[in-house]
Design a protein around this ligand. Structure first.
Ligand SMILES: NC(=O)c1ccc[n+]([C@@H]2O[C@H](COP(=O)([O-])OP(=O)(O)OC[C@H]3O[C@@H](n4cnc5c(N)ncnc54)[C@H](O)[C@@H]3O)[C@@H](O)[C@H]2O)c1
Ligand SMILES: O=C(O)C[C@H](O)C(=O)O
Length: 306
């Protein structure tokens, strides 16, 4: 199993590291446009192999797509991250051009590849990757919901004063400060609805903290987060590589599901060897439907900018 990660920056390197540590891929190619950067990151990571006990071979290349040939999965993390005070949408001017050329180059060398788009604004970049590559819709996946759900679980565990392994929850909708739809009604602690332990006000606080999860970290770090994003991507890569058939909320091209069409937005999907093997339609109540609809309108507005 060969996995390419484009962008050897904070998220790309973290993602390569998690993939390697889980030891399910034979090869990870890290590619960056900055001369020598991916080579350096790959060498540094390879020097952790004997310490962390993995056999995945990580190689780094400077913009040489021939080295990515016949990748099964390629992750696109190339592009600029936001700075404190910015929205993800403000990155579109620079990142659209990068995602367009990177997607084209990847597919040229690996026509059967499954693409995972990470660069922001992610839902629009996922839609753009569809437009420029024409790959079937199961083979382009946007990563946002897996990360947002991990942050939701973190906030839920904090509010419930429970171990994170005891809580479950999912975030659908656009990967944006306003567009995320954390499904508080369906959140549980060991199968018991979280609403049985938390007041409406506390659950609303969890929801609001989740939605600004990325912005909160960007303010603290001066740039956007990378550990949880890298771990979230590695989870999607593993589900595909190991044909796990796990459900993750991912940005998928919709064609009528949830009453939405012609956009990519976060919905639960089954991930397996063919990428998105199924879009799972869950019964949303009127409030959740309205929130998803509003989120979709926001994503469509951003799509108009490309
Ligand atoms: N979807 C998500 O959940 C999520 C999470 C975190 C970050 N992000 C996004 O991921 C992107 C990367 O974030 P980061 O923190 O790793 O940034 P970073 O600046 O640390 O790394 C980006 C890397 O991309 C490289 N790059 C730029 N143009 C390139 C090109 N044409 N080809 C190859 N490489 C190129 C840069 O040289 C740099 O090393 C940002 O757009 C950020 O907003 C998304
Ligand atoms: O917040 C960002 O800009 C990066 C990423 O989308 C995140 O949620 O961490």
């Amino acid at each position: 199993m060969k996995v390419t990660v484009v962008g050897a920056g904070a998220v790309g390197a973290s993602c390569a590291e998690y993939i390697a540590i889980k030891d399910f891929a034979s090869e990870v190619v890290l590619l960056d446009i900055k001369e020598g950067f991916a080579e350096g990151k790959a060498m540094d990571l390879m020097q952790t192999a004997s310490l962390n006990g993995f056999d995945t071979k990580i190689t780094g290349v400077t913009n040489d797509y021939s080295k990515t040939a016949d990748s099964h999965i390629a992750v696109i993390t190339s592009g600029i991250p936001r700075k404190p005070g910015m929205t993800r949408e403000e990155l579109i001017g620079i990142n659209a051009g990068i995602v367009k050329s990177v997607s084209e180059s990847l597919v040229k060398e690996s026509p059967n590849v499954i693409l995972i788009v990470v660069s922001n604004p992610m839902d629009t970049m996922t839609y753009l990757a569809h437009q420029v590559t024409g790959l079937p819709k199961n083979r382009i996946i946007g990563m946002g919901g897996a990360l947002d759900s991990a942050r939701f679980k973190y906030r839920l565990a904090e509010a419930l004063e429970a171990p994170i392994s005891d809580v479950d929850g999912m975030v659908i909708g656009g990967h944006s400060d306003k567009g995320m739809v954390p499904l508080t009604r369906l959140a549980t602690r060991n199968s018991v609805p979280a609403s049985e332990f938390l007041s409406d006000d506390r659950l609303e606080q969890v929801l609001q903290d989740t939605k600004v999860g990325g912005a909160t970290l960007t303010k603290l770090l001066g740039t956007s987060a990378w550990y949880a994003p890298g771990a979230a991507v590695s989870g999607l890569v593993q589900a595909i590589a190991c044909d796990q058939k796990k459900i993750f909320p991912c940005s998928a091209l919709l064609d009528g599901e949830y009453g939405l069409s012609d956009l990519c937005i976060g919905v639960p999907v089954v991930l397996g060897k063919d990428g998105i093997e199924k879009i799972v339609e869950i019964n949303l109540n009127d409030k959740e439907k309205a929130a998803l609809q509003e989120s979709a309108e926001g994503v469509k507005k951003t799509n108009e900018l490309i």
